[in-house]
Design a protein around this ligand. Structure first.
Ligand code: FES
Length: 332
């Protein structure tokens, strides 16, 4: 079939601003976006620049924005894109400087990954008897716990789709934080407390807005946002409860336990304390909510059957995740 493909072209190093260029090429019916780009490069314009290697959704090189969504060119069929969008428009990944056309600068992304220390920390002196020269086995349940995050191919699609990365250059991003969780969940690693402490600040796991874009964009079903939620849970368990993010969770739960439901009128006071100066910035929002009937009184009686809510919470809290049932000392 003969199709039209629009490619965003630019070369900032040579002062060429971004512009779209259209090409018409003949491709087989089940061609992928990468096949189409190769056809453009081979038949129309050899200067069209993009990365690719495995052509099998393994190496992560060919990630780009396809009709506005980040994904792998070799894993996306043209036919489906044309059916859904009526066009094929290709752009480089977002939030990274463009080198040329569809090739972006990858160093900023890798600097974020390096920042989470993506390796197992197990100092020899901490456990001299540890058989470093032997195979290290871990329980199946522990391997399953980090299985999703181990599937990441570092294609950067999630980082490109991330709404926080768009506005906050400090944010480590979904891939790096998912990688961090992979090592927090690893029972061999002895550095959990430091990892959680480092990522507890600005740019870390509390800065995620849980927009779910990373989960949608990931071609390998890594579910980075879920890994970030797990990091938050581990941070609270480890005692990092001083941030606004952690207090939002703990105070939310404490109100539901006491009253059987969320009380929006009480949340700001619970989180910020009864300090009028701290509460001042939330007053305009409180006023708007009150006018729309969305702001209950700060205190009210618990709902009927609140004890059942508490029982559900106790049961849920008791269902601990696999890695922590196993414990870090249970390695063989
Ligand atoms: S070329 Fe390797 S993932 Fe697409």
């Amino acid at each position: 079939m003969r199709i039209e493909i629009e490619i965003e072209r630019s070369c900032p190093g040579e002062g060429q601003a971004a512009r779209f260029q259209s090409f018409h090429v003949e491709v087989p019916r089940h061609a992928t976006v990468l096949d189409t780009l190769m056809a453009v490069k081979n038949q129309e314009d050899g200067s069209v620049t993009f990365r690719r290697s495995c052509r099998s959704a393994i190496c992560g090189s060919c990630a780009m924005r396809i009709n506005g969504r980040s994904g792998l060119a070799c894993d996306t069929q043209v036919e489906g894109e044309l059916r859904r969008h009526g066009k094929l428009r290709i752009q480089p990944l977002a939030h990274m400087p463009v080198v040329r056309d569809l090739a972006v600068e990858i160093d900023p992304f890798w600097a974020r990954v390096r920042a989470v220390q993506p390796w197992v920390e197990r100092p020899r002196e901490a456990e001299p008897s540890w058989p470093v020269e032997q195979e290290t086995r871990m329980p199946q349940s522990a391997a399953e716990e980090m299985d999703d995050t181990s599937k990441c191919i570092m294609c950067m699609s999630c980082f490109s789709a991330c709404e926080v990365a768009e506005v906050d250059t400090r944010f480590l991003g979904p891939a790096a934080l998912a990688k961090a969780y992979r090592f927090v969940a690893d029972p061999r690693d002895t550095n959990t407390q430091n990892r959680l402490a480092t990522l507890n600040g600005g740019g870390g796991y509390w800065d995620c807005t849980r927009c779910n874009q990373c989960v949608e964009a990931c071609p390998k079903d890594v579910k980075p946002m879920e890994a970030i939620v797990h990091l938050r849970r581990e941070a609270i368990r480890a005692g990092f409860t001083g941030t606004i993010g952690s207090r939002h969770i703990t105070d939310f739960l404490s109100i539901v336990r006491q009253e059987g439901r969320l009380n929006e009128g009480r949340m700001p006071m619970q989180m910020k304390g009864f300090n009028p100066f701290k509460l001042l910035p939330v007053l305009p929002l409180a006023w708007r909510m009150w006018r729309k009937g969305k702001l209950p009184l700060p205190w009210h009686w618990p709902i009927p059957g609140v004890s059942q809510v508490r029982r559900i919470m106790d049961r849920k809290g008791g269902a601990r995740r696999k890695s922590f049932v196993v414990g870090k000392g249970d390695l063989k």
